[in-house]
Design a protein around this ligand. Structure first.
Ligand code: CA
Length: 451
């Protein structure tokens, strides 16, 4: 088994070598060509006979993914034959070098050699639809499924160990007055501006009384550069996702101050969104895709399937990393480092179909509104509180929870269909509450903001 030789390699070559493989696997590879259809390991998901007229308009689509745990439902739907089960026999999941490449590829579309949709941080589908991150080139998109919750966190360099930097920071002045001691501000990184990772680290700093725009330097840096900086002491913090936290702690580069699962249990994370022109032209194929993703999400959440999940994702065609790097987060096991107690809770790791509140898969409109409200909070894109009504209208266009509902109904997942488009009031670790019915009250309640 490849698994065995990888384990042996880990033991003999040590975790540093494993880490460098992870670096390559995560960001260095060119987009790989992956086989389409079910793999031989598939339990031969039996095709569901489609009623006459229900056949998808096309069996083909190209979906981008980034090799992090968020992409699992797309890869599993292909590899375990769930796309094929619903008639989508020509799905290609295509590894993207980074978020900017995914964005550029979706503006081209598969006809031009790009992708039709795929995995996104939020609110990228909104920013692409509005032309905000595509040089004014508006490419309307639809948000269709939430792929995952949790699985992200904030790593701190080993240099900052022993300073009480956790979910709650013992003494915020250690970070605010960093320059007095170090000759430069505390430096933090995310991989793409104005999306999830940026929001998580901003929220965490601000909840601890640290202004992410003024008290520190916060910037977009590619993961390998960030990890190198954390190792050599020029970078202090990294808003990141599995499997990076495992590597950062195991390789003694730093520690985890917090998991996003601790900041906001069962928070919205990444989504499947597809070009609106593709969905409008292929509504039946879209629902077939959704059914395949939903079934994959249910499969991913079964603890009995996690070992196979790790084996598939870590493989050469996908993440191309040693399997043990993925085993811990998929068991909900996190060594936090810096003397913090380790976390061992399946429900604090990545979850794909259901979580401790309700549906993971269903794209709640209230969560889209949080991402857009948080964008207003930080003054991104020049948005102001007065824009909130317009932004809500945008949600009604871009969020296609109606298609999710229809697909779930048709596939028989009726017990798991939420009754509301809002998940209701959300509560963060510092007690802050977001009531989707009153986003302005949320903005008013925040102490650190740009509005
Ligand atoms: Ca993420």
């Amino acid at each position: 088994m490849a698994n065995f030789s990888r384990r042996k390699f880990l033991v003999t070559a040590g975790i540093s070598a494993a880490g460098s493989i992870l670096l390559k696997g995560c960001v260095g590879n060119p987009p790989s060509q992956t086989p389409t259809g079910a793999s031989p390991t598939s339990p031969a998901a039996s095709p569901t006979p489609a009623a006459a007229g229900d056949a998808p308009e096309t069996t083909q689509i190209k979906l981008g993914y980034i090799p992090i745990v968020e992409s699992a439902p797309l890869i599993i739907a292909q590899e375990k034959g769930f796309f094929a089960k619903y008639g989508m026999t020509g799905v290609e999941v295509s590894k993207q070098a980074n978020w900017a490449s995914a964005r550029d590829n979706v503006t081209i579309g598969s006809a031009g050699g790009g992708i039709d949709g795929g995995q996104w941080q939020m609110p990228m589908p909104y920013l692409i639809s509005e032309g905000i991150i595509t040089n004014g080139n508006k490419v309307p998109m639809y948000v269709l499924v939430q792929l995952v919750t949790q699985g992200n966190g904030i790593a701190i360099s080993g240099k900052n160990a022993g300073k009480g930097i956790g979910l709650k920071i013992a003494d915020p002045d250690v970070i605010k007055n960093f320059a007095a001691a170090e000759g430069r501000k505390f430096k933090a990184a995310h991989t793409f501006p104005n999306v999830n990772q940026d929001f998580w680290i901003r929220f965490w700093f601000a909840a601890n009384g640290i202004d992410p725009d003024n008290d520190i330097d916060l910037l977009a840096v590619p993961p390998p550069e960030t990890v190198q900086g954390m190792r050599n002491g020029t970078m202090d913090a990294f808003s990141t996702g599995d499997p990076w936290p495992y590597r950062i702690v195991a390789d003694d580069i730093g520690f985890m101050s917090t998991l996003t699962a601790e900041m906001w249990p069962f928070h919205p994370e990444e989504y499947l969104a597809i070009r609106a022109d593709w969905v409008d032209k292929n509504p039946k194929a879209t629902k077939a895709l959704l059914k395949g993703v939903m079934e994959a999400q249910q499969w991913c959440d079964d603890p009995a399937n996690r070992a196979e999940l790790v084996q598939i994702l870590s493989g050469r065609n996908f993440f191309n990393i040693p399997a043990p790097i993925l085993e811990a987060p998929f068991a909900g096991k996190y060594n936090m480092g810096d003397g913090k107690p380790a976390i061992d809770d399946f429900k604090k790791g990545p979850l794909y179909w259901k979580d401790g509140i309700g549906s993971v898969s269903y794209p709640y409109k209230s969560h889209d509104l949080w991402f857009l409200t948080e964008s207003v909070r930080w003054g991104f894109h020049g948005w102001k509180p007065d824009d909130l009504d317009r932004l809500k209208g945008l949600i009604d266009t871009i969020n296609r929870e109606d298609l999710w509902r229809e697909a779930a109904q048709e596939a028989g997942f009726t017990a798991d269909i939420p009754t509301e488009t809002s998940r209701g009031v959300e509560t963060f670790f510092d007690g802050t509450q977001f009531d989707p019915a009153n986003p302005k009250a949320y903005l008013d309640s925040l102490k650190i903001k740009r509005v």
